[in-house]
Design a protein. Sequence first.
Length: 265
Amino acid sequence: MRGGAQAHLLLAEDKHHYVVKTKQNPQHRRVLVNEWVSSILLRQLDIAQPAVECVELTPDFLAAHPEVNITLGNTTAAVEPGWHFGSRLPVDPNRFVIYDVLPDPLLRQVANLRDFLGILVWDKWANNCDSRQAVFFRAQVKDWISGETSRKSAFVALMIDHGYVFGGPHWLFQDSPLAGLYYRPLVYDGVQSLDSFQPWLDQVLSFPWPGLDRAFRETPEWWLNGDRDELEKLLEKLYRRRTRVPHLIEDIRDGRVNPFSNWPK
Ligand SMILES: Nc1ncnc2c1ncn2[C@@H]1O[C@H](COP(=O)(O)OP(=O)(O)OP(=O)(O)O)[C@@H](O)[C@H]1O
Ligand SMILES: [Mg+2]
């Protein structure tokens, strides 16, 4: 796949396709932890995202598929057998199209466009220092968006790529107003005040420690390499900075380029 982590598109034994980021990816082993922790917390915030799994690459599979490797300049590095991070494709890519981008007229029609407000709350809380990414596909809305009962088919957005939350591999919170934004400001057209970010803002402000502790306990050992204590400290910092999130959103509005056209300074 395109992208700095040099992920690979693989068909797994469960018959699903996964975009797999390996522990040997050129960004850092910690991007797998970031992806995993994000997916656990995004589930709790009820923001649409792909299913994620730990994907095992066996010695036999890697021997049979030497093309599953990592390119570093002129050399290639092997991917090691073991467990890696998989983000599941929402549909069979041989039968249905998944889009990385949509033109504005179609983006406007995305059934869960409001999830871009929820994910901005997450991206600010978690200090995602990458820009926001999503994939789009057509589906029955009720199958993908909680609370929806409509059988109508529409474009659905799933939020992807959480490798660079927590300041990426550094696990630092150095906030910057433009980080975490989606490149099409129309997704923010509904923003008129901080209230537009509800219910996510209140959910974060009162996010319970057990929810974060669950992410801590459910992070697999094989990506941590002795980072368990660091991860706990990171999540404690995340817990303490919940109250900063409304200010971080106001900082976006007050920044050099305000993406909220209906919420002027
Ligand atoms: N669950 C998914 N369903 C469909 N496509 C996906 C999924 N996850 C990732 N992709 C595709 O794989 C590409 C690479 O994934 P991702 O952006 O997470 O990797 P990355 O290497 O971290 O990228 P970047 O360089 O932006 O940090 C995405 O641009 C997207 O096209
Ligand atoms: Mg990416």
